[in-house]
Structure formats: structure tokens, C-alpha cells
Design a protein around this ligand. Structure first.
Ligand code: DX5
Ligand code: ZN
Length: 218
């Protein structure tokens, strides 16, 4: 199914109101909920860990993808699986054993994804594709919402799409997605777009129609 999915990043939501924020974006038609976990070590920012992900899970009726920007990854896979992740994505840059990490994610009965930073070439995913349900191509350097789209991700998307062939593997793009940049990566083969600031800007739980208009504009 190559219909384009929109996965709002709750990094741009009101952190004091996750339950209502998630219910609002789902009512407004998002497809997945994207949860950004940052450790202040792999990336220069801190967000939240398994207990908060578990609390968020109770409100998600669609599909929760958990983007781990942490190093090491392996000691925390079980905790994020138990917190209710439907998919866990891990960066190739986070350690020497991404192949083992992807196996460990699947061993938890959770879908697996591999993530590439902007400085990492497409080719590294080739030996990993049989262990992946998704390839996530970063179009910003991870750590913060609201950054500018890095255009080299478009050609990288095209390369990864060609490598995937007809395997049922999603390509997700994360960072700087707007109504202007979304068509570039969709044309190159992406089928799932993360958007933080572009979904949440101008809206709130008391004015959720803005979220819907923002989602449809992407
Ligand atoms: C970046 C995160 C993204 C981020 C996207 O480190 O992985 O998910 O929240 O935010 P926008 O869409 O505002 O670039
Ligand atoms: Zn993310």
C-alpha cells in the first residue's frame, strides 16, 4: 500500500497534554504517531523514556512508531517494546551492531526500522533490508524539531527505493517536511512522512481543526 502516511512527531505537541494532543491529531486524520526518544548523548537533546511512552500508548489508536535517537540501543529495546511500540527504529550510527539490533527488535515481536543520518550514504542499508520493515531517511540532523530540510535526502530516497524493489518495506522521511518539501520525497519513493512543526503549528487541543488542515496540506 503506497498511500502516503502522515506521522506527526509529538516532539512539537504540548508535553503537558500528550493524551489530548494524540486524540486530536488522530481525530484529524493522521495515520501514525511518531515518538522521538532522545538521550542527550547520541543527539544533543533529551526527551523521554519508556514510562512516558507507555503512558502515551494508552491514547494511540493508530500505530505508534518509536524513533530511538539513543546510544546504546540494545539495552532498551525490551523496555520500549513493553511500553507498547508498534515499530522501533534505530540508527546505523548508534553502534557497531545494527544488524544485531534489528534482529533484537523483531525478536520482541515489534516491527523494525533502520535510520540514516544525513551524513550516512544509502548503500549501508543494503545488507539490512531483510531485517527491516522500514527505512527512515533523516532530512535534518536529529535532535530538534523545526529545522530546515536537507535536500540530499531526495536522491538518497531514490536510491533506497531502487534497492528495496518490490519488498514490502516503507520509506519514511523525517525532518523539515512541509507542503513544499513533501512532494519532492514522495516523488522519489517515500510513503511515510514525519512532520512535527508543520502539523502542530497554529493549532491546539482547543483548536484542533488547524491540525487537520495542516495534515491535509502536506
Ligand atoms: C528530529 C526528530 C523529528 C522532528 C521533526 O530530531 O527526529 O521527528 O521532530 O520535526 P520537524 O517536522 O519540525 O522537522
Ligand atoms: Zn523522529
Amino acid at each position: 500500500d503506497r498511500r502516503i502516511k502522515i506521522a506527526p512527531s509529538i516532539l512539537s505537541a504540548d508535553f503537558a497534554n500528550f493524551g489530548q494532543e494524540i486524540e486530536a491529531i488522530e481525530a484529524q486524520g493522521c495515520d501514525w504517531v511518531h515518538v522521538d526518544v532522545m538521550d542527550g548523548h547520541f543527539v544533543p537533546n533529551l526527551t523521554f523514556g519508556p514510562p512516558l511512552v507507555k503512558a502515551i500508548r494508552k491514547h494511540v489508536k493508530t500505530f505508534m512508531d518509536v524513533h530511538l535517537m539513543i546510544a546504546p540501543v540494545d539495552p532498551y529495546i525490551e523496555a520500549f517494546a513493553e511500553a507498547g511500540a508498534d515499530m522501533i527504529t534505530a540508527h546505523v550510527e548508534a553502534g557497531p551492531h545494527i544488524h544485531r539490533t534489528l534482529q533484537a527488535i523483531r525478536a520482541q515481536g515489534v516491527k523494525s526500522g533502520v535510520v540514516l543520518n544525513p551524513g550516512t550514504p544509502a548503500e549501508v542499508v543494503e545488507p539490512l533490508l531483510d531485517l527491516c520493515d522500514m527505512v527512515l531517511i533523516m532530512t535534518v540532523n536529529p535532535g530538534f524539531g523545526g529545522q530546515k530540510f536537507i535536500h540530499s535526502g531526495v536522491e538518497k530516497t531514490r536510491k533506497v527505493r531502487a534497492m528495496i524493489g518490490d519488498r514490502p518495506i516503507h520509506i519514511q522521511i523525517d525532518g523539515g517536511i512541509t507542503p513544499e518539501t513533501a512532494p519532492l520525497v514522495v516523488e522519489a519513493g517515500a510513503d511515510c512522512l514525519v512532520a512535527g512543526s508543520a502539523v502542530f503549528k497554529g493549532g491546539s487541543v482547543s483548536n484542533p481543526d488547524v491540525y487537520g488542515a495542516n495534515i491535509r496540506a502536506i
